[in-house]
Ligand binder design. Structure first.
Ligand code: PEP
Ligand code: MG
Length: 758
């Protein structure tokens, strides 16, 4: 069969429209089986969903078999060919299904004439969703390409079907609790830490549990509403969600991830809406009816042992609140946070994204739950953010105005006109300075005419919006985990393919370095494995995660290879500790290339494959590594952390985090010498490359590629232009001759002062 059909079918837009045009979940599933059967040229397509509590697969939709048996055909896990696919977590393909001893005859299903059988399990990570089955008449058996195609389809469908499955569970009861905060007298100014630079002056909204109608038992609705008000609120909610979805896509194409798809799907759940409607017809006030039924569903989700289902309570809370808000107020709730500073105690990356889509002016995080990827994301979204550990913030009246100076971390409550004026002037001056800087396209050539390449570090595609891309020579580090961090579930191969292709197309002719998933450490996925590790930076992080979850790893590699066919692309692996790990990664690339080749899909036949040097163990095998790799990129953030055994996120030991430590400087020299000897490209992509005081040393040991955050580019370029490599070599030699930290720190500090005043 023609693989282009699959590409077309699983285009995000098409899946999106599938949701939007679907009246309820049953018909959504029915549409899927019809589409899949058409694209796979199959006579039959069926979806079975897995019920963990009964350990059974239930037929939920079919095209081609007897639809009267939907919800009636139930197979134990492992029973029949369908059950075998789930139990053994593999595709089952048979030219003559009934000949297989595992085959189970089901009366009245009418599958006798469709002997050619192919079933693939539907999985999301370790979570079993069900089985997707296609069948044909015996004379047209399925090929290995069909198996591959159906697997691709099943991966693409998994997250949506997980939502559908969550909604199809039986109702049970459970209670919930809330927390509350103390009130206090407000100060004029609260000090916090800068997480993302910027300035904001606006009204505020506090997000606390009180905004959640499902978890707060104290709501009393004074007005009575009609069934028509309820229906109107549903339509408004649907329009708002579709609008938000569009805005997110405009802002961050990486999030073209159907982030609101779960909400839209719940909204289309006929059973749920019918239950609410029935209560309203029995004279229950619509907001109370919504709370009652949504709470039933919430309790079911909470009771699930599957994290992936428990996570969905967030979506239910969100949706119920949105519908009720729309019901109570005739005013448009779409932009209820728009142009407001949001104060909250906890936020997931996906929630931050929603808030950013609503154009909030700033974010203040109060106390715990702060992980650094929220700050990095806020920076990518160019959203001012301050972290302040002061509970008084939660009780500021929402009628107040706040001024956030996220350059130094001050929050002013109802500031005087004078303060506001001073800040506005400073902000204007800063903005025009940045605008002018954006226009400058000066080459990074040293005084003695050595050309240096300046590459950008990016986390999300939107990072490129803040710069004129003419000022960079390419991307030296694309942290691919960020599209994973901002979502509610793992992006599929197809979604990643679209993101990666967009990035490649936005920088024609310039090389792009993809760093494969670097999850773990402080970068925790909201939707995956909440087990707490004792030492997360020494645990299941980065390449260890990828090599343990080969399915996820392979999808990413395939997506990169597909997106970069005939393009100048590099792939590098983070946290590599041995040659063996590097070879495993290289082999995987090879395997993916072979698979793509045999499926007739275009792919990159010759990407440059490199290693991130982040572990001290590599120093001792650096020559063999240089022989095996196409390039090195030094991740100094981790190299310093692991060499000096200093947690890079722990403030208590921050003074020991010393990139100028003689051991680090000498490690860098060893790496540079190996790269030179084996004639492979070497770049620095850790923060050290963007710190002015280290530039002379780095140039001196032979670094010619600097990969840095977009905000540091102009500064680094102008420093490079002021230096001569000849002089830098002398500096490096002196630094390398020092044995004590105090000695190297004295020299580095001098450069720091020099560049600060320039
Ligand atoms: C590094 O460790 O220096 C690096 C660039 O990777 P990250 O900061 O994403 O861990
Ligand atoms: Mg790193």
């Amino acid at each position: 069969m023609n693989v282009d059909h699959i590409k077309m079918l699983f285009d995000i837009g098409e899946l999106n429209s599938l949701f939007i045009n679907t009246a309820n979940i049953e018909s959504f599933l029915q549409k899927i089986v019809t589409l899949v059967s058409e694209h796979m040229l199959a006579d039959v397509c069926s979806i079975y969903l897995y019920n963990k509590s009964t350990d059974e697969l239930v037929l939920k939709a079919t095209k081609g078999l007897n639809t009267d048996l939907i919800n009636k055909v139930k197979l134990k896990n492992g029973e029949g060919l369908v059950g075998t696919a789930l139990k053994e977590l593999r595709a089952v393909s048979e030219a003559e299904g009934s000949q297989n001893p595992q085959y189970k005859y089901i009366p009245d299903l009418h599958e006798e004439e469709f002997q050619s059988f192919l079933a693939v399990p539907l999985l999301q990570g370790n979570y079993k969703i069900g089985v997707l089955v296609i069948q044909r008449k015996a004379e047209r058996p399925f090929t290995s390409t069909d198996v591959l195609a159906l697997r691709t389809i099943s991966v693409q469908l998994a997250s949506m079907l997980a939502n559908a499955k969550a909604l199809a569970m039986p109702v049970e009861d459970q209670t919930d609790s809330i927390t509350d905060y103390a009130d206090d007298i407000l100060p004029k100014m609260i000090k916090g830490k800068v997480a993302s630079e910027g300035y904001a002056y606006s009204r505020l909204k506090i997000i606390s549990n009180k905004n959640n109608y499902l978890t707060d038992n104290n709501f009393c609705f004074l007005n009575t509403y009609t069934i028509n008000d309820f229906k109107e609120a549903l339509i408004t909610t649907e329009n708002q969600l579709e609008d938000l979805q569009k805005k997110v896509e405009e802002k961050l194409s990486d999030a073209a991830s159907l982030i609101f798809s779960a909400h839209l799907l719940i909204l289309k759940d006929k059973q749920l809406i019918d239950k609410i409607t029935a209560l309203i017809q029995n004279n229950v006030n619509p907001p109370d009816a919504i709370i009652q039924i949504f709470t039933e569903y919430r309790n079911i989700f909470l009771k699930s042992t599957e994290l992936i289902i428990q996570e969905k309570t967030q979506d239910l809370d969100d949706l119920a609140t949105r519908i009720i808000d729309n019901l109570l107020s005739k005013e448009d709730q779409t932009n209820k946070f728009s142009d407001h500073i949001v104060i909250t105690r906890e936020v997931f990356p996906s929630e931050l994204l929603k808030l950013s889509a609503e154009n909030i002016s700033g974010l203040i995080m109060v106390g715990g739950g702060v992980t650094s990827h929220i700050s990095i994301l806020a920076r990518s979204l160019q959203l001012p953010m301050i972290i302040a550990d002061d509970m008084k913030l939660m009780s500021i009246p929402e009628t107040s105005k706040l001024l956030m100076d996220a350059h130094i971390g001050n929050i002013y409550i109802n500031p005087t006109d004078e303060i506001v004026k001073t800040f506005e002037q400073r902000n204007e001056a800063q903005k025009s300075f940045l605008e002018n800087q954006k226009q400058l396209i000066l080459p990074a050539t040293t005084e003695d005419k050595i050309k240096i390449k300046i590459l950008a570090n990016i986390n999300l595609l939107s990072d490129l919006k803040s710069i004129n891309t003419d000022i960079i020579d390419g991307i030296g580090l694309y942290r691919t985990e960020f599209p994973f961090l901002i979502r509610n579930n793992f992006p599929s191969e197809e979604e990643q393919f679209i993101i990666y292709r967009k990035l490649i197309e936005s920088l024609p002719g310039k090389p792009i370095t993809f760093r494969t998933l670097d999850i773990g450490g402080d970068k925790v996925l909201s939707y995956y494995d909440k087990t707490v590790e004792q030492n997360p930076f020494l645990g299941m992080r980065s390449i260890r995660f990828s090599l343990t979850h080969m399915d996820i790893f392979k999808q990413q590699i395939r997506a990169i290879l597909r997106a970069s066919a005939e393009k100048d692309v590099k792939i590098m692996f983070p946290m590599i500790s041995s040659l063996d790990e590097f070879f495993m990664c290289k082999n995987l690339i090879n395997e993916c290339q072979n698979e793509l080749k045999s499926s007739g899909i275009d792919y990159n036949i010759n990407p440059k494959i490199g290693v991130m040097i982040e572990m001290p163990s590599l120093l001792f095998i650096i020559n063999s590594l240089a022989e095996a790799a196409d390039f090195f990129s030094v991740g100094t953030n981790d190299l310093v952390q692991y060499t000096l055994a200093v947690d890079r996120t722990n403030e208590k030991v921050a003074h020991l985090y010393q990139p100028h430590h003689p051991a680090i400087l000498r490690s860098m020299k060893i790496i540079a010498d190996a790269a030179k000897k084996y004639k492979i490209e070497l770049s620095i992509c850790g923060d050290m490359a963007g710190m002015p005081e280290y530039i002379p040393f780095l140039l001196g040991i032979g670094i010619r590629h600097f990969s840095i955050g977009t905000t540091y580019i102009q500064k680094v370029k102008s420093i490079i232009r002021s230096l001569s490599v000849k002089e830098c070599k002398k500096t490096a030699k002196i630094l390398l001759s020092k044995n004590e930290v105090t000695e190297t720190s004295e020299i580095i500090d001098k450069f720091k002062t020099k560049f600060q005043t320039e």
